[in-house]
Design a protein around this ligand. Structure first.
Ligand SMILES: Nc1ncnc2c1ncn2[C@@H]1O[C@H](COP(=O)(O)OP(=O)(O)OP(=O)(O)O)[C@@H](O)[C@H]1O
Length: 251
């Protein structure tokens, strides 16, 4: 579904951030992108729907090159959810925000209403269509931002630090929404337990390259590996025990 090959990128000020990223993600996979501050995670994410253009290398989505002529198709297929929901919610009501993307694609009338209803239901905000986004909690706003993207019926959902600043209940509610979606999912996060809960596979991006790619539980159980990439588990968190417990192998 996603094929990134030899992706290199420097910002206009000359700062080189990506140095040849290779990453292949199959349809339906859920993958976490881990790594220290400044590793280039957001920069990588912004290439997946063409907000940034590679200096070298290529990005393809379901075989379609992420290049200017294909941008409309790519932007429909790949939905980006930014860390700050206020970057995505700018209309007077949540329903209008969710309708905005598909309306731009030419969806109208009953079809548009159905898309809005479906997207809000998918994130558990059925009753929120007429509410003003700025009256919602952060957790509700982040789920509303996910709905604005789901309304486009994308193939891929890319999320930048989805659990950041959420309270435990908001964090769990969003996890329930995300695990219930039948989509390819790529999630940038510093929240290692969240990566373990949502994504069977993780990659560590460090120094602008994919340094490690493997099963999330194996990566998180490797203390030396985590330390080498400035990653730390919360106090007392044991990834193998958490997985065993969640799969019923432990009481
Ligand atoms: N518009 C920009 N112009 C110049 N440099 C930038 C720009 N945006 C980001 N950078 C730099 O690129 C590097 C990678 O940034 P990026 O946001 O991709 O990292 P990240 O891994 O997502 O970090 P974090 O975990 O802190 O969110 C950083 O050193 C950052 O300062």
């Amino acid at each position: 579904m996603i094929e990134v090959e030899g992706l290199a990128f420097a910002y206009p000020d000359g700062r080189q951030v990506l140095f040849g990223v290779d990453l292949a993600i199959a349809r339906g996979e859920r993958v976490a992108v881990l790594g220290p501050n400044g590793a280039g995670k957001t920069t990588l994410m912004l290439h997946l729907n063409g907000i940034l253009t590679p200096g070298a290398g290529s990005v393809r989505v379901d075989g379609v090159p992420v290049t200017a002529p294909n941008m409309r198709d790519v932007r429909r297929r790949v939905g980006l959810v930014f860390q700050d929901p206020d970057d995505q919610l700018f209309m007077p009501t949540v329903g209008q925000d969710v309708a905005f993307g598909p309306a731009n694609l030419g969806v109208r009338g009953a079809d548009l209403a159905e898309r809005v209803r479906e997207a809000l239901a998918a994130v558990g905000l059925d009753e929120f269509a007429d509410r003003a986004p700025h009256h919602l909690s952060l957790g509700e706003r982040r789920r509303a931002a996910v709905a604005t993207v789901l309304a486009m019926r994308p193939d891929v959902l890319v999320l930048d630090e989805p659990s950041a600043n959420l309270d435990p209940a908001g964090r769990r509610e969003l996890a329930e929404v995300l695990t219930g979606l039948d989509l390819t999912l790529l999630m940038v996060t510093h929240d290692l337990p969240y990566a373990l809960q949502l994504c069977p596979r993780s990659v560590i991006l460090d120094g602008g390259v994919i340094a490690v790619d493997g099963a999330t539980v194996d990566l998180l159980a490797d203390e030396a590996l985590l330390a080498a990439h400035r990653l730390e588990l919360p106090f007392g968190f044991d990834p193998r025990y958490s997985i065993a417990k969640s799969t019923g192998l432990m009481p």
